[in-house]
Design a protein around this ligand. Structure first.
Ligand SMILES: C[S@@+](CC[C@H](N)C(=O)[O-])C[C@H]1O[C@@H](n2cnc3c(N)ncnc32)[C@H](O)[C@@H]1O
Length: 323
């Protein structure tokens, strides 16, 4: 089973930032957040440190979290020159309160979440996310995540597996995949990524260039790391720490994430609520934001050509209102 590299495992790490991860919509995020000296930003998904770097380059301070010690180690090395202005912590972004307290910070002037996985996580077979090389069925973003993909695949009831494949993976063959997994695990428990990928590929027709197990792998990863619950909790917790005028930028990569982000910002950026049974519109008690992106910002064709993993990115940004 993969044990993330602590202390820093130099042999395991790419030498250059772009070999770890190419940041998505970096210019756009920086343009919205307007970093400057004397302002403190929260980067909840540090990864290879590309978004943090853009904020630091503009003179701002950054408090950053990542669940993955590899990310903390890699970005700390990359951003070591900003000592004093860059404060990383291995934690979930939903734990922002504890992290800010640790660093003695009360409020933030902007925040960014760039959801999902880094390329390094995706492409390292020993992490269990990859469909290219064989590895253990792990898929935990960090050592504090309490269960592995193997536990889910080998122990969850068939109906639960079908539900996550449908809800988190939009997999049309969800029920058939779940049934086949349950049938096969009785004979031999699943231990490796390619063992599971082969089983799924025998049920799901190849529809495009992407591997037929891609959607189910995404679904299992989301379940392992409770990604959607963490996102909902993180949006709330981060919002409570935004100073008036602070901007909150969130990049999502699949429909389940984007739905949560869109609804979160929409319900909090509508000043008035109206219902047919009410004599007059009422003030929305949740009204906290001015939405800056009525439609999500997406990468340019040039960015997608340079970094195909950016293709499904959607950026939504809102500004905290004055009290
Ligand atoms: C797409 S990468 C971020 C890349 C980064 N913005 C950059 O420019 O290099 C997403 C990162 O978020 C981390 N992550 C995912 N869910 C998290 C959570 N709930 N809390 C903290 N980090 C999380 C992953 O481990 C991964 O390193």
């Amino acid at each position: 089973m993969h044990r993330p590299a602590t202390p820093f495992d130099f042999a395991n790490m790419p030498a250059k930032p772009n070999e770890y991860h190419v940041s998505v919509l970096r210019e756009e995020v920086t343009g919205f957040l307007m970093p400057a000296a004397g302002r403190i930003f929260f980067d909840g998904t540090l990864g290879g440190g590309g978004h943090s770097e853009a904020l630091l380059l503009a003179g701002a301070e950054v408090v950053a979290t990542d669940l993955d010690p590899d990310a903390i180690n890699f970005a700390s090395l990359r951003l070591g020159g900003y000592l004093g202005r860059f404060r990383p912590a291995q934690a979930s972004f939903s734990q922002i309160d504890a992290v800010l307290e640790k660093f003695g910070v009360t409020g933030i002037h902007g925040a960014v979440l760039d959801l999902g996985l880094s390329s390094f996580e995706f492409d390292t077979p020993s992490r269990g996310f990859s469909l290219k090389g064989d590895g253990p069925l792990d898929m935990r973003l960090g050592p504090t995540v309490p269960r592995t993909a193997a536990e889910i695949v080998n122990t969850w009831p068939e109906a639960e597996l079908a539900r996550i494949f449908r809800e988190y993976g939009d997999e049309p063959a969800a029920r058939r995949v779940a049934a086949r997994i349950v049938e096969e695990r009785i004979r031999r428990p699943f231990e490796s990524t390619l063992q599971l990928a082969d089983c799924i590929a025998r049920v799901v027709p190849k529809r495009s260039q992407i591997h037929p197990a891609t959607r189910c792998f995404q679904a299992i990863r989301i379940a392992v790391n409770s990604e959607l619950d963490e996102l909902a909790a993180g949006l709330d917790a981060i919002t409570r720490r935004l100073e008036p005028g602070a901007r909150f930028a969130v990049i999502s990569f699949h429909s389940g994430e984007d739905r949560i982000v869109k609804n979160f910002f929409r319900t909090r950026s509508t000043p008035w609520l109206d219902r047919p049974e009410w004599p007059a519109p009422r003030r929305n008690p949740l009204h906290l934001f001015h939405l800056l992106t009525s439609r999500p910002v997406t990468p340019t064709e040039a960015e997608i050509e340079n970094n195909p993993r950016a293709r499904s990115a959607k950026l939504r940004v809102a500004e905290r209102l004055m009290p």
